[in-house]
Ligand binder design. Structure first.
Ligand SMILES: Nc1ncnc2c1ncn2[C@@H]1O[C@H](COP(=O)(O)OP(=O)(O)O)[C@@H](O)[C@H]1O
Ligand SMILES: CC(=O)OP(=O)(O)O
Ligand SMILES: [Mg+2]
Length: 443
């Protein structure tokens, strides 16, 4: 199970103490992008990093940063497998040479672990098959993960590949939070429940908040707002996740860049029956053509603000709907937690968009929640408090670092594998995935 401590920190200490070295290559596949980092898990710095964006379009944008140099190129990247090959080529042409970087593990972000995985899993054929079997529960993400894992295992066959699941942190949700009120047998048969996503980020950020404040994680009630292209909110009590806004898939909850978030399920029946739309068309509509993009034509908040400044009413409404939903969740999670010590903004929008932060918090003063305008407007990449001194709830901005959190969890596994390899019984050398994965039966 997940301990209420920042991801991988204790095991990282034992890794450093053992004198082990090496870097971890982290692959973070999103729905239309792959971010990657070659990380030194001890110091925490990225040795090299980059991303492939606009996968599936003829003008995929590929950036790679290494040793102070940044390259930006346009490629035709038809799918995630092609993206992985491009990334490996970038390492070859722009460095560093992965053979010399002493890569000890490859960490793969996997969005949907279902009920199979409550912790990291060393990837073997069986684990890969389970990730594949979960594609229906994360149709935008798990296919890319499978493709990425296959290519990366092929290209780097001699190191352990480890899957780190977005869902793992939310295995602690109480039954009342993860159960949908539908026929019990149908739900059990089809594994229908709320799983929650972005867990690596919610866990990393809530742990980081405690460290930055010099407080015990166990003592803090927190709300974490992960606002990226995908967006979710969590309630974390003493380091343990008790609520989150995403559900069976990453479609539920907040309004997102291209996803609708919460919706009356009858919208789906209505479109199928009366608009002659197929299930696949509705899936595409709600996941890719809704949210802020559906309302305004733009999914990127920088472009959205430009439209608003130019007087575009659709963009204004899109932002209003987005903020309204966020406020609703903050109120709801306030009620769930009883007392809120810290609310933290993170991810692309949360870290960079002071307008979204200001509008989200506006009007919450009666709950003891407010921001200080000048602290909010300050541009910084450091974790910081943006609330005034008089409030009972701290409001913070804390940059997420899913790649570092993944690298640290990988190192924990490498440590475990190497101590098993040194143990006298040879049978212990190859860790069965199920043990490492703490696999639990599917619901
Ligand atoms: N300076 C900025 N101001 C406002 N929004 C920004 C800024 N930089 C990035 N964003 C937003 O962050 C989003 C990407 O966030 P990110 O966390 O990288 O998402 P994901 O991992 O889901 O792709 C962009 O789509 C954009 O809306
Ligand atoms: C789970 C999810 O929505 O991930 P992302 O934000 O990377 O698309
Ligand atoms: Mg993300």
């Amino acid at each position: 199970m997940n301990a209420p401590s920042p991801a991988g920190d204790n095991l990282l200490a034992s890794y450093s103490a053992n004198g082990a070295h090496g870097s971890v290559l982290v692959i973070n596949s999103g729905s239309s992008s792959v971010k990657y980092q070659l990380v030194n898990p001890v110091g925490g710095e990225a040795i090299a990093s980059g991303q492939v964006e606009r996968i599936g379009q003829s003008d995929g944008i590929v950036t790679h940063k290494f040793a102070g140099n940044k390259s930006k190129q346009v490629f035709d990247v038809p799918d995630h497998a092609a993206a992985l090959r491009v990334i490996m080529e970038l390492f070859e042409t722009h460095g560093p040479d992965l053979a010399e970087a002493d890569v000890v593990a490859v960490g793969h972000r996997v969005v949907q672990g279902g009920s199979y995985f409550s912790g990291p899993a060393v990837i073997d054929d069986d684990v890969l098959e389970r990730i594949r079997s979960l594609i229906p529960l994360a149709p935008l993400h798990n296919p890319g993960h499978v493709a990425g894992i296959e290519v990366a295992r092929d290209l780097l066959p001699d190191v352990p590949h480890v899957a780190i699941f977005d869902t793992a942190f939310f295995q602690t949700l109480p039954e009342s939070a993860y159960t949908y009120a539908i026929d019990k047998e149908v739900a059990e048969k089809h594994a229908i429940r709320r799983y929650g996503f972005h867990g690596t980020s919610h866990q990393y950020v809530s742990g980081k908040v405690a460290r930055v404040l010099g407080r015990r994680l166990e003592d803090l009630n927190q709300i974490v707002l992960h606002l990226g292209n995908g967006a979710s909110v969590s309630a974390v009590k003493g380091g343990v996740a008790v609520e989150t806004s995403m559900g069976l898939t990453p479609l539920e909850g907040l309004v997102m860049g291209t996803r609708s978030g919460d919706l009356d399920p009858a919208v789906v029946f209505h479109l199928a029956r009366n608009a002659n739309m197929s299930i696949d068309e509705i899936d595409d509509l709600l996941n890719k053509r809704s949210g802020v993009k559906g309302l305004s034509g733009e999914s990127d908040f920088r472009a959205l603000h430009e439209l608003i400044e130019a007087g575009n009413e659709d963009a204004r409404l899109a932002l209003d709907v987005y903020i309204h939903r966020l406020k609703k969740y903050i109120g709801a999670y306030h009620a769930i937690l009883g007392r809120v010590d810290v609310i933290t903004f993170t991810a692309g929008v949360g870290e960079n968009d002071e307008i979204v932060r200001r509008l989200t918090v506006r009007g919450l003063e009666s709950l003891g929640i407010a921001i200080d305008e000048s602290r909010n407007d300050e541009r910084s990449h450091e974790p910081r408090i943006i609330s005034p001194d008089w409030t009972s709830t701290l409001v913070m901005v804390v940059p997420t670092n899913e790649e570092l959190a993944i690298a640290r969890q990988c190192i924990a596994i490498v440590d475990e594998l190497s101590s098993q390899a040194q143990a006298p019984a040879p049978a212990a050398a190859a860790a069965p995935a199920a043990e490492t994965a703490e696999a639990v039966p599917a619901v």
